[in-house]
Design a binder for this molecule. Structure first.
Ligand SMILES: NC(=O)C1=CN([C@@H]2O[C@H](COP(=O)(O)OP(=O)(O)OC[C@H]3O[C@@H](n4cnc5c(N)ncnc54)[C@H](OP(=O)(O)O)[C@@H]3O)[C@@H](O)[C@H]2O)C=CC1
Ligand SMILES: CC(C)CCC[C@@H](C)[C@H]1CC=C2C3=C(CC[C@@]21C)[C@@]1(C)CC[C@H](O)C(C)(C)[C@@H]1CC3
Length: 482
């Protein structure tokens, strides 16, 4: 592969930096930019910098398949010990939150008022309900789709096909639940089953991850993810070995990311609202707001389902315990925490405060959607009139980076919008307890960590063009703060 030149388009000046040619080569060297053995260091712009870029011989156009991650590749999440700790800690956190939300003191920190026995966790009806839910979502996934989208190009140059029918699944689920309720389905009984449901969801995640781990043993090398193939079984089980595990055209990761957990989350919220109406005559304003905001978020994700195909979860991360548990257990049972809290700890909320909270959510959503749509439109077609006027930096890969508009404000404007929404979801719960702010705290940590991972990957992909972007847009998530 020949050496390329990175062209940096700056306002009023278009130039090409020949000194960057080595980096350009590095970025263009192989279809597997993740495996460059660059050393990443911090610099003044809060951006990692690429040194030692010649450590790996450039060229190797034929290097289309990445070898499994070698033992020298840096491990994430504290390596095998960190992964093992997280596999205990994450389920424990789910149960702690479920118990805390229903306890009187509702303490985020400190032990729960009482520990449940196995009888409170294991319930065959919960298992049946859970399996029926997974079965329903699988059936809806398999229904004819309004569109079939292609994912990004894989190492073997193929592109997978994905059905775009998530929103249809949400609407059909709503119709079925509505029909069921009018036929006497006691949705208000669901909150009582959250603990045993979370238990079977966690068990499912462990068993399913084991299946995924074993399946990866027979997968071709080209199907493996850049991470998650260290050779350490605990670490690889946690991170996931295979990038897009499938049986026939059924894509497990894509299915789990958007269906059972995300739709399950709004169903749990609805059940909590129904239960509150049963207990207190009508749902509280705070409960309406939390339900409305989170339904908007989930509806938006499913409406823009195709965009998930370019997230790092789909394009980079293997499918193992972290994502499987995150998708099917963590999301529905912890993301519904505010509604759980409100059921057991009703909060007064006046109209003026409700209006302010709605405004905060609207601002967050505006930034989140604006930023995500701007990038997606640009990535699909840079000449689209909606984005054609934006300033860009060219990179050696042929792709460009936006440097004005939302992506000129901070390097992750979509994270900023998401965090503002997270605040709006907690505010209806008042300020007397820390518990409903768990999501905001966890999400801040998740996005800061995710942002660092993404920056590393972008630096490896785009080399000095990324450094130039960091120089031009120095803040990561929050202007003038971070
Ligand atoms: N609610 C939740 O629990 C979670 C929500 N999210 C949300 O999911 C969404 C997707 O997040 P995520 O996948 O992490 O990352 P992003 O959608 O931010 O995508 C990052 C990628 O965008 C591209 N990019 C970065 N900067 C630019 C630029 N200036 N111009 C053009 N392209 C650029 C790069 O990829 P490339 O150049 O290859 O296109 C980069 O790898 C976010 O809105 C996030 O808030 C994420 C995690 C959890
Ligand atoms: C269990 C661990 C602590 C972490 C697990 C992380 C997962 C819960 C999240 C990783 C990325 C996610 C995304 C969404 C939900 C949470 C997980 C799975 C997302 C589907 C939410 C809706 C958004 O609009 C989105 C952009 C589609 C999100 C994509 C990433």
């Amino acid at each position: 592969m020949g050496r390329g030149r990175v062209r940096l388009k700056t306002p009023g000046q278009t130039g090409s930096l020949s000194a960057l040619s080595v980096l350009a080569g590095a970025a263009a060297a192989g279809p597997d930019p993740w495996h460059g053995r660059a050393r990443l260091l911090g610099n003044g712009a809060g951006c990692v910098s690429l040194t030692d870029y010649c450590e790996r011989p450039l060229s190797s156009g034929a290097e289309t398949m990445a070898p499994p991650q070698g033992p020298r590749a840096p491990l994430e999440f504290g390596g095998p010990m960190g992964a093992a700790a997280l596999m205990l800690l994450l389920p424990a956190t789910v149960f702690h939150l479920l118990l805390a939300a229903r306890s009187g003191p509702a303490r985020l920190l400190g032990p729960p008022a009482s520990l449940p026995g196995l009888g409170a966790l294991w319930n065959p009806r919960a298992l049946l309900l859970w399996l029926a839910w997974l079965g329903l979502q699988t059936a809806l996934y398999l229904l004819p789709a309004r569109k079939v989208a292609k994912g990004l190009e894989l190492k073997d140059k193929s592109r997978l096909r994905y059905p775009i029918n998530g929103f249809q699944a949400l609407v059909l689920t709503a119709l079925l639940v509505g029909l069921g309720m009018s036929a006497g389905l006691p949705l208000g009984a669901l909150p009582e089953m959250l603990l045993p449901l979370a238990f079977v969801a966690t068990l499912t995640a462990f068993i399913f991850s084991l299946f995924l781990y074993l399946k990866a043993q027979v997968a071709p090398v080209s199907a493996l993810a850049p991470g998650g193939n260290s050779g350490n079984p605990i670490y690889d089980f946690f991170l996931g070995r295979e990038l897009n595990p499938r049986i026939c055209s059924f894509d497990f990761k894509y299915f789990c990311e958007l269906r059972p957990g995300l739709i399950g989350w709004v169903l749990i919220n609805l059940a909590l609202l129904v239960k509150e109406a049963e207990l207190r005559g009508s749902p509280s304003l705070a409960m309406w707001l939390v339900n409305g905001f989170q339904l908007l978020y989930v509806g938006d994700a499913l409406w823009h389902e195709e965009a998930v195909l370019t997230t790092m979860d789909i394009t980079h991360d293997g499918f193992g315990f972290m994502l499987a548990f995150g998708d099917i257990a963590w999301v529905p049972f912890t993301y519904s925490l505010q509604a759980q809290f409100l059921l057991h700890h009703p909060q007064p909320l006046g109209l003026p405060m409700a209006a302010i909270i709605c405004l905060i959510n609207a601002i967050g959503y505006y930034i989140f959607r604006g930023a995500n749509s701007q990038k997606n439109t640009f990535r699909k077609n840079p000449s689209d009139p909606r984005v054609a006027g934006l300033e860009t930096i060219s990179t050696a890969t042929g792709r460009q980076l936006l440097v004005s508009g939302w992506w000129g404000m901070v390097r992750h404007p979509n994270y900023l919008g998401d965090l503002i929404m997270a605040l709006a979801w907690s505010l209806p719960c008042g300020v007397s307890h820390l518990l409903p702010y768990f999501y905001l705290l966890y999400f801040t940590a998740l996005l800061v960590h995710r942002e660092a991972r993404d920056e590393r990957q972008c630096l490896q992909k785009y080399g000095l063009a990324w450094q130039e972007y960091c120089r031009r847009v120095p803040y990561r998530i929050m202007p003038y703060i971070y």
